[in-house]
Design a protein around this ligand. Structure first.
Ligand code: URP
Ligand code: ZN
Ligand code: ZN
Length: 508
C-alpha cells in the first residue's frame, strides 16, 4: 500500500498536504457517457458543478484544459456498500474515511455510502459517532443505517434519521448471530417502518442460526482453518435468507435491496421475485463477481485468510452466473463491501476461522475490474457500465441527477478513462492501508487517468491530490422511484380480499 502514515496527501515522491483548489475545468473532445446516451462533447466545470456539456466550448486562459480525445468521460463511480473505520470482530478496519476515500478516488470512485452501526442499539449515537469518523473525508459520502434491535425508541429514531439526518435506507443483518443479527419479528417491524417512511430496506441475507450450526459442525470435525469459513455457510443458506427476506418484504409491500449477492441461489430468488413484479434490487460485489473460493484452501494462512468475507466467496461458476445476471438486468448495480483488514488483524483467527475478521477490499479496484471484465469482454456496453457503477445507485438512493450523471447542473464528479491504457493491482502500489489485496497480480485494460471530485482534479498521471475535510455529506431524501406507485397494485390486492367478505355478508 502506498498510504503515507505520516502525511495526509499523496505524490510521486513525497507525502505532504496536496490540496488542489476548485478550478474552472474544460474537458475537451472526449466521448461523454451517460446511462442512456453517449456523444463526443466538451464538458465545462465551474465551482464544483458541471455547467455545460456540448461540442466546441470556448473558454478563457484561466481554465484548466484536459484533452480527452479517444477517451471516455463518465460520471465518477458511486460505491453503494462500504465499511470505513468499522469496529467489527474485536478490531477496526484499516481504512478510515480518509485512506479509504483516497484509494477510491485513485480508482475512479467519487462517492460512497457507508453503513452506520448503532451504538448499543442507539441510532442517534451511531450517527454522531460516524459523523465524527467522517470528519476527515476527502470525497462525498452518504450513510445507510443498520438496525440491530427493536423498541419504540428505535422506531422513533428511524423517523428522525429519515426526516432530519438525510438517511433513506436501513440494513437488517440476518447473520452474525450474537452480534448484529436480528430475527424475523424485528425484520417485519423494520420493514413496516421502512415502508411508512419511504426508506429502502436492505438485507445481509444468510441464515445466521444455520451458519452458527455449520460453524459448530466444522469445529467438531477439527476444521479450524479459513476453508471452514466457506464450508460452514454454503450457498443454500444465502438462498434461504434471500428468499425469506423477499417474501416478507412482499408481504409488507415494501421495496427490498439485497446487499452482496454472492451465489446463484440468492440471485435466482431475486430473479423469480422480479419476474413476478416485486421491487427487489440485487447488488453483487466485485469480489463475488471475479473471485471464487479456491483461495480459502491456500496452505498459507495469510493468503487464505485475506479471502474471508461473508457471505463467502463461492465455488467457481457462481461469479460467471452473477456477471450474466448483471448484464441481463437481473442484478442492478455493483458495490464492493470494502471492509479491509491487514494480515495481523486476520491472524486473530489463526486457530479458529470464526475469529478471522470478515471483509475484503474493492473500493479502489471496482471501476477498473468491472471495465475489464464486463466492457472489454463485450458483456455490457459503455452506457451499461455507467448505469451499473454510478447512475443506478444515484437513482436508488434518490440523489440523481445531482450524482450519477454528466449533465449541466450535476456535481462535477467525473472520470476520464483511457480504454487503451492498462492497470495492474498490487498491495504494494494500491492506495489503501492493508498489506494484502485479494486482487493481487490482476491487471487488465482500461485505466482511470483522471478523477475530478467536487470540481477538483484529485487524480492525474498517477498523482493523488486530496484534502482531508473536503468531502461533503450527501443528504439522501426518502421515497425514491422504487416507491413510485407501489401501493396501486397492493390496493387491488386489498380490494380482492374484500370480495369474499362482501359475498359472505350478502349471504347472511
Ligand atoms: N462482508 C463482510 O465480510 N464484512 C463486512 C460486514 C458485512 O457486510 O457483512
Ligand atoms: Zn453484510
Ligand atoms: Zn458489508
Amino acid at each position: 500500500s502506498q498510504f503515507c502514515e505520516a502525511g495526509i496527501g499523496y505524490g510521486d515522491s513525497e507525502c505532504g498536504v496536496l490540496s488542489s483548489s476548485m478550478s474552472k475545468i474544460l474537458i475537451k473532445g472526449g466521448t461523454v457517457v451517460n446511462a442512456h446516451h453517449q456523444e463526443i462533447a466538451d464538458v465545462y466545470v465551474q465551482d464544483g458543478i458541471i455547467v455545460a456539456v456540448k461540442p466546441n466550448i470556448k473558454v478563457d486562459d484561466d481554465v484548466i484544459v484536459l484533452d480527452a480525445t479517444g477517451k471516455f468521460v463518465m460520471p465518477g463511480g458511486i460505491d453503494p456498500h462500504t465499511h470505513l473505520a468499522f469496529d467489527f470482530m474485536s478490531t477496526q478496519t484499516v481504512d478510515d474515511f480518509f485512506s479509504g476515500q483516497a484509494a477510491a478516488l485513485a480508482g475512479g470512485t467519487t462517492m460512497h455510502i457507508d453503513f452506520v452501526i448503532p451504538v448499543n442499539g442507539s441510532l442517534s449515537a451511531g450517527y454522531e459517532a460516524y459523523t465524527e469518523k467522517a470528519k476527515n473525508a476527502c470525497m462525498d459520502y452518504g450513510f445507510h443505517m443498520a438496525i440491530t434491535k427493536w423498541d419504540e425508541i428505535v422506531s422513533r429514531e428511524m423517523e428522525i434519521m429519515v426526516k432530519e439526518k438525510g438517511i433513506n435506507s436501513f440494513k437488517f443483518f440476518l447473520a452474525y448471530k450474537g452480534s448484529l443479527m436480528i430475527n424475523d419479528e424485528l425484520l417485519l417491524e423494520g420493514f413496516k417502518k421502512c415502508k411508512s417512511l419511504g426508506a429502502l430496506a436492505m438485507v445481509h441475507a444468510e441464515n445466521g442460526d444455520a451458519v452458527f450450526e455449520g460453524q459448530k459442525r466444522m469445529i467438531e470435525l477439527g476444521i479450524t482453518g479459513p476453508e471452514g469459513h466457506a464450508l460452514s455457510r454454503p450457498a443454500v443458506l444465502e438462498g434461504e435468507a434471500t428468499g425469506r427476506a423477499i417474501r416478507l418484504a412482499g408481504f409488507v409491500n415494501t421495496p427490498l435491496y439485497v446487499v452482496h449477492v454472492m451465489s446463484i441461489d440468492a440471485m435466482e430468488e431475486i430473479a423469480k421475485a422480479r419476474k413476478s413484479g416485486q421491487r427487489v434490487v440485487g447488488e453483487p460485489v466485485v469480489s463475488g463477481l471475479l473471485l471464487d473460493d479456491s483461495g480459502l484452501w491456500d496452505p498459507d494462512f495469510t493468503t487464505a485468510a485475506k479471502f474471508v468475507m461473508s457471505p463467502p466467496l463461492r465455488p467457481s461458476g457462481h461469479g460467471k452466473a452473477l456477471q450474466a445476471a448483471l448484464s441481463t438486468g437481473v442484478l442492478q448495480l455493483v458495490g464492493t463491501d470494502h471492509c479491509r483488514f491487514n494480515s495481523t488483524q486476520k491472524a486473530l483467527g489463526i486457530d479458529d476461522f470464526r475469529k478471522i475478521p470478515n471483509g475484503v477490499n474493492g473500493i479502489e479496484e471496482r471501476m477498473h475490474l468491472l471495465w475489464d471484465t464486463m466492457v472489454e469482454s463485450g458483456q455490457i456496453s459503455v452506457t451499461d457500465y455507467v448505469r451499473l457503477t454510478s447512475t443506478e445507485c444515484a437513482r436508488i438512493f434518490n440523489i440523481y441527477p445531482r450524482k450519477g450523471a454528466i449533465l449541466a447542473g450535476s456535481d462535477a464528479d467525473i472520470i476520464i478513462l483511457n480504454p487503451n491504457s492498462s492497470f495492474e493491482i498490487s498491495a504494494s502500489s494500491d492506495h489503501s492501508r492493508s498489506d494484502t489485496n485479494v486482487f493481487e497480480g490482476r491487471g487488465g485494460k482500461g485505466k482511470v487517468e483522471v478523477t475530478i471530485a467536487g470540481g477538483r482534479v484529485v487524480w492525474e498521471n498517477g498523482d493523488l491530490t486530496v484534502a482531508p475535510g473536503s468531502g461533503k455529506y450527501i443528504d439522501m431524501p426518502p421515497f425514491s422511484y422504487l416507491f413510485n406507485g407501489i401501493d396501486k397494485e397492493y390496493a387491488k390486492y386489498l380490494s380482492s380480499l374484500q370480495a369474499p367478505v362482501k359475498r359472505f355478508k350478502a349471504t347472511t
